[in-house]
Ligand binder design. Structure first.
Ligand code: NOJ
Length: 527
């Protein structure tokens, strides 16, 4: 967990910065690099090891920057390349590594390649994409009936009659990863950022790159035409070789949504990615048996290939976990988003506090999505006309509720985020959730995260590679790391006695005498 550690990604605490919503320095209501630099101290105080920066490249923002028009520059709304380089240096000086987000499955329809491809049916750039004739006598039926990742169709017709594939929005044409120029271009983009000192790459939609060129329909029991094709592993082997040219301390971290753990683990073989997000854990219900199974499944799958597990509770795509854990149904999935169902925020917060101690004490790396350390909840009260997320029009669910600008100071909106008007509205109740309001309050979420991350650095047991379950009663998750550290999470409905211990290191909430109340966790020093 130190900057010198060459395998830092194995147990780092990695903080996701969503640049539109972290801090705005120029008053236009949208966060920017100058704002991040001005508030880098927050991340140093929190004690994180690395920042994962969501896309900051020039983009028409059809999908909040996941539609990249130029991977070698910065969008003017966020600043300049020189500012990005300065941020990397300043983060390093503060002992914080930097991970940038690369989106290889698709690019923006404003990218020069796609513009050239549209210019003529014979343009060589057409081969960089999936242009195909349509079906039916006039070619006016889409080449396939594939359903997009945001819902809806996946092909758009161009004036000369051909169709192009986009698994997301029409403004995000899919690249053809069978083309050597596409592969060479992305290896060059990796080098561009590694040459600027970045320590890692987060890989967007990592399992989607390859497609079955015979374009079969999606059918149960048959190989999927665009998800997790075997050939994708060659791409990541080549990327690993590029990363390894930089001395072995640059990490590749995949966004791999995959229910089958064995297939998921394939991405983490020793010559492929270093780590991948644990969405199994993120989607798991607040339920002791299911959580325990998920932890076991995760550790088992990763151990088999020597890869580090990751623990993820939230990100910019999913309902914030304070909200999820305050609902009757505490799972998350895009197909069952539970928008608008009743939420007990007090319960959700209590569980989120316990989940912080859980996720920060399991073996592996922990990811924190900005605002999680402030206990922010999903803003479910954004007027739909203010939604910017393209998923809203296609799936009837907007991810904007988890992307609301951070509250820093003061009692009223915009809570120090901007001198202008924030791009999405902040709940008035966040006056109690600002960094300012929570700093120095030992009962705050922020101080809990600060204490836990600081303890994680110094606690010998938390540097041990393994954990062992111990029995602390029914519906209780309890485990040791090393000989003298234990974490106990009470997921039962009643207070429980703590296992014998020498001292209490940290508690997610007040104890009930010497008993651990429901939905509360502790870190213990064992005898
Ligand atoms: C995954 C990203 O996390 C999400 O925000 C984006 O919309 C899709 N990939 C498409 O790039």
């Amino acid at each position: 967990m130190s900057h010198q550690d060459s395998q830092w990604w194995r147990d780092a605490v990695i903080y996701q910065v969503y640049p539109r919503s972290y801090a705005d320095a120029d008053g236009d209501g949208v966060g920017d690099i100058a704002g991040i630099r001005a508030h880098l101290g927050h991340l140093a105080d929190l004690g994180v090891d690395a920042i994962w920066m969501s896309p900051w490249y020039p983009s028409p923002m059809a999908d909040a920057g996941y539609d990249v028009a130029d991977f070698r520059d910065i969008d003017p709304a966020f600043g300049t390349l020189a500012e990005a380089e300065a941020l990397v240096e300043e983060a390093h000086a503060a002992g914080i590594r930097m991970i940038v987000d690369i989106v290889p499955n698709h690019i923006s329809s404003e990218h020069p390649w796609f513009k050239a491809a549209l210019a003529s049916p014979d343009a060589p750039e057409r081969d960089y994409f999936w242009f195909r004739p349509g079906r039916g006598p006039n070619g006016d039926e889409m080449p396939t009936d594939w359903v997009g990742e945001f819902g809806g169709t996946t092909w758009t017709r161009v004036p000369d009659g051909q169709w192009y594939l986009h698994l997301f929005t029409p403004e995000q044409p899919d690249l053809n990863w069978d083309h050597p120029d596409v592969r060479a271009e992305f290896e060059s983009i990796l080098r561009f950022w590694f040459d600027r000192g970045v320590d890692g790459i987060r890989i967007d939609s990592a399992a989607l790159l390859l497609k079955d060129e015979s374009l079969p329909e999606v059918r149960d029991g048959e190989p999927h035409p665009f998800h997790d094709l075997d050939g994708v592993h060659d791409v990541y082997r080549a990327w690993r070789r590029v990363a390894d040219e930089y001395g072995g301390d640059r990490a590749l971290i995949g966004e791999v949504w995959m229910p089958e753990v064995e297939r998921f683990a394939n991405y983490l073989r020793p010559d492929e990615l270093h780590a991948a997000f644990n969405f199994d854990f993120l989607g798991c219900a607040w339920d002791p048996a299911l959580m325990r199974e998920c932890v076991d499944r995760t550790l088992h799958a990763h151990k088999a290939i020597g890869a580090p597990a990751t623990w993820v509770l939230s990100n910019h795509d999913v309902t914030r976990h304070v909200t999820r854990y305050g609902r009757q149904d505490t799972t998350f999935s895009f197909d069952n988003n539970l928008d608008g169902t009743p939420v007990d925020l007090e319960l959700g917060t209590r569980r989120a506090r316990a989940a912080a101690l859980l996720s920060l004490s399991l073996p592996g790396a922990t990811y924190i999505y900005q605002g999680e350390e402030l206990g922010l909840w999903e803003n479910e009260n954004i007027p739909p006309e203010q939604y910017q997320d393209p998923m809203w029009g296609r799936r009837g669910h907007s991810r904007d509720g988890c992307r609301v600008p951070l509250p820093w100071t003061g009692d009223t909106e915009p809570f120090g985020f901007t001198t202008g008007s924030p791009w999405l509205p902040q709940p008035a109740e966040w006056k109690d959730r600002t960094v300012q309001a929570q700093t120095g309050d030992p009962s705050s979420m922020l101080e809990l995260y600060r204490s836990a991350i600081a303890r994680r650095r110094t606690e010998e047991g938390l540097h041990q590679p393994a954990m062992s379950w111990i029995d602390a009663g029914e519906n209780v998750l309890a485990y040791t790391r090393g000989d003298r550290f234990a974490c106990v999470v009470n997921m039962s409905g009643a207070p429980i006695a703590l296992p014998d211990h020498e001292s209490l290191l940290l508690a997610s909430g007040p104890l009930d005498g010497d008993r651990l109340p429901p939905d509360t966790a502790v870190w213990l020093r064992l005898l």
